[in-house]
Design a protein around this ligand. Structure first.
Ligand code: LLP
Length: 427
């Protein structure tokens, strides 16, 4: 949102010259723009509240987690979801309010559930019969009654990548409504004296570029909720998950947040009216849409391989270790020359990573100005599911992260060192 160009002809973000940031902190470097993060939080909070008053936004921390980000979210009145003890540990380090946390995941173990209860977590979203029994037992041992949601699977296709599609019947998450297993789970959970079943959750997948999957699934699931009253379910919370898309490439533009809010809000109000339900508290779980656009990845150009009549490969100092998405999902990205964003396009080049796999390509056939060794490339919309899925493949060092705002830059994660790589090894 704050991207611009300065007198030097360099890309700026948050009032900082990104070429200077690259020089100062090295590359690959992930730059997050605080203004964009806060603006997206406000778009979600304000957008949903104006369509459905009792809305609450819970950021899905798997998209990118860092204590500094947790602080910003808290200030913006946005809660957080975690899916592992590790994510919980990060948000705990930021003293994030436990009451505003939701623990997701299809196979939380006893230790993770104990950690969550010890922290006084507000909500746990249960995903299996095994977990109903386990959590009830852990809660009893701790002498608490835990507020929970049950995750159902509505057999509705979110029309996204197969690997991130979670609404259809044949996938691992949630109790299927279609097969009667969701009803069984509700009945079973309601018999547990240390569980307080507050409602139902579903998540269709990520990213969803259309409204229809939401507007199809919401009435279907709320009809199920209405039916479950016969077993004693009293709905207070309803969560249709996350999945809100962002723009990566210019030919696939996302919806506005207000469009999602309008469709989801109206759909819940109508369905509650139709099925005689009180309007529940609505929880939305955006991950990508809060941080995706806010993050830009910077790389330095190394060598070039031009295969006459075939393709030109320009290699950079990062790749699938810090962004696995192109290799894993065939995800597309937009790239610009950060030290010459306004220079004319000289041709199409493929940006290759430095990892030992031929599939390690960040952007295929990108229109770019003439490039030479030492140029800095910026890949937009790199804020979600890049660093959070980063690895040490080839024993590479995971990049530093800088938060920029109003001309100031602050390192919120340092670059890893060889010592970090060696630390877990026993010599
Ligand atoms: N809620 C639940 C239960 C989820 O499983 C997810 C994402 C979200 C919310 C947040 O979805 P978002 O608003 O960020 O779309 N690695 C993949 C995305 C995996 C998403 C997993 N669950 C990617 O890079 O595209």
């Amino acid at each position: 949102m704050t991207a611009g160009t300065n007198e030097a002809g360099h890309l700026t973000i948050g009032g900082c010259d990104v070429v200077s940031l690259a020089e100062m902190y090295g590359t690959p470097l992930y730059v997050y723009d605080e203004h964009t993060i806060r603006s997206m939080c406000r778009e979600f909070v304000g957008g949903f509240e104006s369509e459905y008053a009792d809305s609450h936004i819970s950021y899905s921390s798997k998209a990118f987690t860092n204590p500094a980000l947790a602080k910003i979210l808290e200030e913006e009145h946005v809660g957080m979801d975690v899916v592992t003890g590790g994510e919980l540990a990060i948000v705990r380090a930021a003293n994030f309010p436990a009451s505003d946390l939701n623990f997701h995941g299809n196979n939380k173990d006893r230790a993770e559930l104990e950690e969550a209860l010890d922290y006084g977590i507000g909500l746990i979203t249960i995903d299996s019969m095994y977990e109903i029994d386990l959590l009830d037992e852990v809660a009893r041992q701790k002498g608490v009654t835990q507020q929970v949601l049950l995750r159902v699977s509505p057999s509705i296709d979110g029309r996204t990548h197969l690997l991130t599609s979670t609404g259809v019947l044949d996938q691992k998450f949630g109790f299927p409504i279609e097969t009667g297993q969701a009803e069984e789970a509700v009945r079973h959970a309601l018999t547990k004296s240390n569980l307080d079943v507050a409602g139902i959750h579903f998540h269709l997948g990520s990213p969803l570029f259309e409204l229809e999957p939401y507007t199809q699934a919401i009435p279907y699931v709320l009809e199920f909720v209405a039916k479950m009253r016969e077993h004693g379910l009293e709905q207070r919370i309803f969560s249709p998950g996350g999945g809100f898309a962002i723009g990566y490439v210019s030919d696939t533009l996302p919806l506005e947040i207000s469009e999602y809010a309008e469709a989801i809000g109206a759909s819940i109000t109508e369905a509650c009216d139709r099925f005689g339900l009180n309007e529940p508290r609505l929880i939305l779980e955006p991950g990508r849409a809060i941080v995706g656009r806010a993050g830009v990845a910077l790389y330095t150009v190394g060598g070039t391989k031009e295969i006459p009549g075939v393709r030109t490969y320009v290699s950079v100092d990062g790749g699938m270790g810090d962004n696995i998405r192109p290799a894993l999902y065939g995800a597309g990205y937009s790239v610009i020359k950060a030290n010459g964003p306004d220079e004319p396009v000289a041709g199409y080049v493929t940006i290759a990573g430095k990892y030992c796999e031929s599939g390690d390509l960040l952007v295929k056939d990108a229109p770019l100005p003439a490039l030479e060794t030492g140029d800095v490339l910026a890949i937009a919309a790199s804020g979600a599911y890049c660093l959070s899925m980063a690895s040490n493949y080839n024993m590479s060092l995971r990049p530093a992260v800088v938060l920029v705002n109003d001309g100031n830059a602050r390192v919120i994660r340092r670059r890893e060192t060889y010592d970090d790589l060696l630390a877990p090894s026993i010599l």
